[in-house]
Design a protein around this ligand. Structure first.
Ligand code: NAI
Ligand code: PYR
Ligand code: MG
Length: 474
């Protein structure tokens, strides 16, 4: 088990009272560096008893040896060891709550039958009313098939659920958007499209999440074409928005022009393709993509159509070879692949003042410790290091804006505007190597992104509603 770096764990133990006393167990735990701070009797019994022991430890590293010692003790069965992260997940992380109480018959007849029938008929007569008279107004589906969950890969829909619940929490906590996690037990492109289309009457937007490439491209393209609510594959576009924001600011620090830099993107999957497209749109001309078999170039025909298009649009010098070769002379490394693929000797081949964005989650392509001082600007997707480049900076505000403007779609210019809005939160005075991107907890982020998105939606005629704070602004 991967234990979080907390200071306490809960051990569920079954004691055979004839073979061991509780005092002996307490002493053993004490000798192993644990301190029992709470005891809950889960199942009392004359011969055996199950207890939960909350054990505090000074160092998470002692938990393994402590558990082994408890497990080996005669008369004790160690049923489970939970860390605080696991406990936080018990029963899931979100719930549905009513907005109005049902206290009497009158309430009942208005929230449900017979009163509700008039509301139903109003929507039948004008389906647009579903956006104002149902949860559609503020609700987004977070849809995954569990095939590219963080950098953990194809771990399946059940295992994907904690991440999707987490995304739903972030939507709510950061932007007040109600989001519902939906993990689908199918990898079939057509089936996913059909299911999401069938679900659409319930939602004001669809956030696709952690669906592996290249299927994610077709799924998103078709859903965008066939639905009149925003469909946004967050790993592609949310990531691209935040990456561009970070790069715009990092380039100010190193004093380089976006049109002059060489960028190497490692991992040409969902995020890599979309981030590369965004960088090209923002003015990057020399971009080389690298995947498992090396650089993507034009002398190869790929089974993945997205890569053939990628080869046409990128790599102007048609460079070939592995990451360690094409990294030579690069100004920027962008990792959207897997942990530990970049090494210090690669960074030494980069141009002066290298920028390294190692964005694989949960573990980056190179750790900040290994990169050390050889990198001028370093960022990861994680919250425990400076410069967190994570799509969480984008998707809450983007959907907040799209829902408020009842936008049909989320366009390229809405995304570009969102990127510049995020970048602009870091003022020239504040900008430095360790602060190129605002924190997720910076309360200016969501309003700035929302404002940029709503404004573009209005400018482009994508908005079906003008939010009140945008009316009469001449
Ligand atoms: N920081 C952030 O906000 C975000 C980070 N990510 C991270 O980016 C990574 C990729 O995510 P997705 O694009 O959604 O997954 P994906 O599965 O669509 O793409 C991963 C790509 O990496 C490639 N890859 C695997 N081994 C490689 C190697 N040795 N060398 C080069 N390429 C290799 C795969 O072939 C694939 O094309 C994950 O670690 C994910 O956590 C993704 C989205 C947002
Ligand atoms: C952050 C995110 O969406 C990912 O790593 O997949
Ligand atoms: Mg993701």
């Amino acid at each position: 088990m991967r234990l979080e770096s907390g200071t306490s764990v809960i051990m569920r133990v079954e004691m055979d009272k004839q073979a061991v006393t509780f005092g002996e167990l307490v002493s053993l735990i004490g000798r192993q560096g644990g301190d029992i701070v709470a005891i809950d009797v889960i199942q009392p019994g004359r011969r055996t008893e199950i207890r939960d022991l909350t054990v505090s430890v000074a160092e998470p590293s002692v938990i393994g040896a402590l558990s082994d010692a408890v497990r080996a003790m005669k008369g004790i069965r160690l049923i489970n060891v939970s860390d605080r992260t696991f406990l936080l997940h018990l029963g899931g992380k979100i719930q549905i709550r009513s907005k109005v109480p049902i206290k009497n018959r009158d309430d009942l007849s208005r929230v449900y039958t017979p009163g509700v029938a008039n509301v139903c008929m109003a929507i039948r007569d004008d389906v647009n009313k579903s956006h104002s008279l149902t949860i559609r107004r503020n609700t987004v589906a977070v849809v995954s098939d569990g095939t590219a969950v963080l950098g953990l890969g194809d771990i399946g829909p059940h295992a994907a659920m904690p991440v999707m619940e987490g995304k739903a929490m972030l939507f709510k906590e950061l932007a007040g958007v109600d989001a519902f996690p939906i993990c689908l037990d199918t990898k079939d492109t057509e089936e996913i499209i059909a299911i999401v289309k069938a679900l659409a009457p319930t939602f004001g937007g669809i956030n696709l999440e952690d669906i592996s490439s290249p299927r994610c491209f077709e799924i998103e393209r078709r859903l965008k074409e066939e639905l009149d609510i925003p469909v946004f594959h967050d790993d592609q576009h949310g990531t691209a928005v935040v990456l561009l924001a970070g790069l715009v600011n990092a380039l100010k620090i190193v004093g380089k022009n976006i049109a002059d830099i060489k960028v190497v993107v490692c991992g040409i999957g969902a995020a890599g393709v979309a981030c590369s497209r965004m960088l090209l749109a923002a003015g990057v001309t020399r971009l080389v993509g690298v995947d498992k078999d090396g650089a993507i170039h034009r002398d190869e025909h790929y089974g993945n159509e997205a890569w053939n298009e990628f080869a046409r649009l990128t790599n102007p010098d048609n460079e070939k070879g592995r990451l360690s070769e094409v990294i030579a002379g690069a100004d920027v490394f962008i990792g959207l692949s897997r942990p530990r693929l970049l090494h210090n000797e690669d960074i030494r081949k980069m141009n002066s003042d290298p920028i390294v964005f190692a964005m694989a989650n949960p573990d980056p392509e190179i750790s900040p410790e290994e990169a050390g001082s050889s990198v001028r600007v370093f960022a990861t997707g994680r919250s425990d290091y400076p410069n967190q480049l994570n799509n969480v900076l984008a998707f809450p505000g983007i959907f907040r804006g799209a829902l408020d403007a009842r936008a049909r779609t989320i366009s390229e210019s809405m995304k570009l505007a969102a990127a510049h809005a995020i970048a602009s939160i870091v003022t020239p005075d504040e900008l430095n190597e360790e602060y190129i991107i605002p924190s997720v907890f910076n309360d200016k982020v969501v309003p700035a992104v929302r404002r940029a998105v709503v404004q573009e939606a209005i400018n482009e005629g994508i908005a079906r509603k003008v939010p009140s704070d945008f009316r009469n602004l001449d």
